[in-house]
Write a protein that binds this ligand. Structure first.
Ligand SMILES: Cc1cc2nc3c(=O)[nH]c(=O)nc-3n(C[C@H](O)[C@H](O)[C@H](O)COP(=O)(O)O)c2cc1C
Length: 211
């Protein structure tokens, strides 16, 4: 408990990264696994993580991030993307994976599979997009917590232009669109935000207990 809270207090939204320091592969590997372990609605994982460690691409994305330099300075730039469409093929693939991993019989999986295919076939594209985006936020929260535990500095970001990111990274070709950005690395020694006190509501204004 004490360590968990200490680590969460240590974490803050980094405004200036140390551009000379790279996270070791082991830390990036941990973030990839943590991303993939994120819980998602129905288990459909309509999200994909881009792990960018390329200063040229990172620099190109700064103007599409309202000039937020963290995108270029960070050791790695993580971009959480969502699936543009959830069609029958996508859902079938998920159930094939369930079958492969758990060996579950078709007669058990089929009713759930049919219900999901039917549900998604009538959903409007905007509805699907809201649902997929909710899953992206969940992954962001998970990654932020894991970063804190692993002493990886990060900055959650929705301050960027998704359509521009999609174009620079050719995401439409992969059936993806960008949802959230998370530069990760090491805070710069002179990031003034690292010294600022956390601003949060008083606990009693944030929590209501029913006994
Ligand atoms: C979804 C989301 C989007 C955010 N977008 C940005 C952003 O674009 N740029 C930025 O500098 N901070 C961004 N922040 C950071 C918040 O401003 C910050 O988390 C909040 O002020 C609390 O401060 P702390 O995280 O340092 O404790 C974002 C945070 C979240 C959760």
């Amino acid at each position: 408990m004490a360590n968990t809270i200490k680590n969460l207090e240590w974490r803050y939204a980094v405004k200036k990264f140390d551009a000379d320091r790279l996270l070791p592969d082991e830390k990036i590997g941990c973030l990839k696994k943590a991303f993939n372990l994120t819980a998602t609605s129905y288990g459909l994982q309509p999200i994909t993580l881009l792990v960018i460690q390329n200063k040229e691409i990172q620099a190109r994305l700064v103007p599409h991030s309202y000039q937020q330099k963290q995108v270029a300075q960070a050791s790695h730039l993580l971009v959480i993307c969502t699936q543009i469409a959830i069609d029958e093929k996508y859902i079938q693939k998920y159930f094939e994976q369930v079958k492969r991993v758990r060996g579950t019989a078709d007669e058990i999986l089929d009713p759930f599979k049919k219900a999901l295919i039917s549900d998604f076939s009538v959903k409007k594209l905007e509805e699907v997009q809201i649902w997929t985006k909710n899953q992206a936020y969940l992954a962001l929260g998970n990654l932020l917590a894991v970063c804190a535990m692993e002493k990886i500095d990060s900055c959650p970001m929705e301050g960027f232009i998704p359509s521009a990111y999609d174009e620079v990274l050719n995401l439409a070709d992969m059936g993806l669109t960008s949802a959230l950005v998370l530069p990760v690395g090491y805070r710069a020694g002179d990031d003034m935000f690292s010294e600022l006190k956390k601003v949060r509501k008083n606990l009693e204004d944030s929590i209501i207990e029913f006994n």
